[in-house]
Design a protein around this ligand. Structure first.
Ligand SMILES: Nc1nc2c(c(=O)[nH]1)N[C@H]1C(S)=C(S)[C@@H](COP(=O)(O)O)O[C@H]1N2
Ligand SMILES: [Mo]
Length: 424
């Protein structure tokens, strides 16, 4: 009888160990791929690989459901075993909340078109927050719980899921009295734990604080206007609708995206051109450009990765007016946009380009657009995802053939319409 029970227990323990192992490998892959996906540095380097990586991240995220569900099937039993072990129970609940939270928010982000921008925005926040909290805890757990840090006799049959058995910051001092004598305060384990904890706090802490500041829009946390490296004179004078902004001020925050170094411009190196299949080519310098008649619109801005900024008051030149000024020739069917970064391009069909809210924007909420956010001039396409919204826009060309934009060449959907857009 005892033998049978022992075997069952052994099989059950093995299952938990293998669940834990699969879970650990999946989380490791998801953490690395996730960090590569958000890291600005990697955006350009990865190029097309980035879109593949995103799909792999989604696929492996879904696979993560398997160990979670498998564990939940065994949970009742495991739970009984944990009777009285509050620390371990807390740990299991923490891990489950983390994994389920990651999976659910990940699914919403994956299905952003179905979910819509509000839900996607919330999901991205949750996904980020869980990563900020969960990843350091997991790294700490992984480093401080590797086998060589443990005393052999204290290894349990179900080592990893029973986290907390030797865990907690005071783990080093919890050794059984059986070893006899007073406990040393500084053990190797205790020291390593402290070092890992301090290392994580130092490396992760400051970025986390910055992220919180931006997410909660604390004053001064993302002051792109104050750090505007552009030096274009004169400043554009805002229209009455812009200052104060009729939209009441944007809600949410931009994430600075770029596939190049962030350029900065001044009067000597900035100009704006519209050419190609037009009756009249224009090239304006800044002094001329700021004199062109601007208009104001309030619109939402959606990035395809899940974040949005609502109620932006943009001031600039409606694109259709620029097109009419230049006179589009019959042969033209595509409007191609060039960025002053020298790399990024995108395009709209002529019909899309003529939508009345497509704007060559110069001001945001009554201020010049800072260089980090694409100023002095960027494109705004409220009906479409923001990869169409070319930053540092300095040239518009009318062409006969189609043009596949930077991200579209690298796997983004040619169809960039946001849900509910008035498609043309
Ligand atoms: N030149 C240039 N324009 C660009 C991009 C870019 O990398 N380079 N990224 C696009 C994407 S995917 C988004 S979501 C928005 C982000 O704008 P922001 O950096 O002002 O938040 O810019 C778009 N325009
Ligand atoms: Mo984007």
């Amino acid at each position: 009888m005892n033998k049978i029970l022992g075997n069952i227990r052994k099989g059950y323990g093995k299952k938990l160990v293998s669940i834990h192992m699969w879970n650990a490998w999946l989380v490791l892959f998801l953490a690395l791929s996730g960090l590569l996906l958000v890291g600005g540095f990697w955006r350009e380097l990865l190029g097309e690989g980035r879109v593949w990586l995103k799909w792999a991240h989604i696929a492996f995220g879904l696979v993560l459901l398997i160990p979670v569900i498998y564990y939940l099937l065994l949970a009742a039993k495991h739970w009984k075993r944990l009777q009285g072990k509050t620390a371990q129970k807390t740990n299991v609940i923490f891990v489950l909340i983390l994994l389920v939270g990651w999976i659910v928010s990940g699914i919403v982000l994956w299905q952003f078109r179905l979910a819509g921008p509000r839900a996607a925005n919330m999901a991205l926040l949750v996904h980020d927050l869980l990563t900020w909290i969960g990843l350091p805890v997991i790294i700490y757990h992984s480093i401080t719980r590797v086998k060589w840090l443990k005393e052999p006799k204290k290894r349990s049959v179900v080592p990893e899921l029973d986290t907390g058995k030797n865990g907690g910051a005071s783990g080093g001092q919890q050794r059984p009295a059986a070893t006899g004598g007073p406990q040393p305060v500084y053990t190797r384990r205790g020291f390593i734990k402290l070092a890992v904890g301090a290392g994580l706090a130092i490396t992760v802490g400051p970025t986390f604080v910055r992220w919180i500041g931006k997410s909660l829009q604390l004053p001064g946390s993302a002051d792109y206007a104050a750090n505007n490296a552009n030096a274009l004179l004169p400043d554009p004078v805002p229209l009455a609708d812009s200052s104060p902004p009729i939209g009441g001020g944007a809600e949410g925050n931009f994430r600075v995206y770029t596939v190049t170094d962030i350029p900065a411009f001044d009067n000597s190196n900035w100009s704006f051109t519209i050419n190609g299949l037009v009756d009249k080519t224009f090239t304006w310098n800044w002094e001329e450009f700021v004199k062109l008649q601007r208009e104001v619109q309030v619109s939402d801005f959606h990035c395809v990765t899940g974040w949005s900024v609502y109620k932006n008051t943009w001031e600039g030149l409606p694109l259709y007016k620029l097109l009419d000024m230049a006179g589009v020739q019959n042969k033209a069917s595509t409007v191609k946009f060039y960025s002053g970064d020298g790399v990024y391009t995108d395009s709209l069909t002529l019909a899309q380009a003529r939508m009345e809210d497509v704007m060559v924007a110069v001001m945001h909420d009554g201020q010049p657009i800072p260089n980090q956010l694409g100023g002095p001039v960027r494109l705004i396409t409220p009906q479409m995802y923001a990869y169409k919204s070319v930053k540092w826009l300095n040239r518009i060309e009318l062409i006969e053939e189609d043009h596949v934009g930077y991200w579209e060449q690298r796997g983004y959907d040619k169809d960039a319409w946001v849900p509910g857009a008035k498609r043309v």
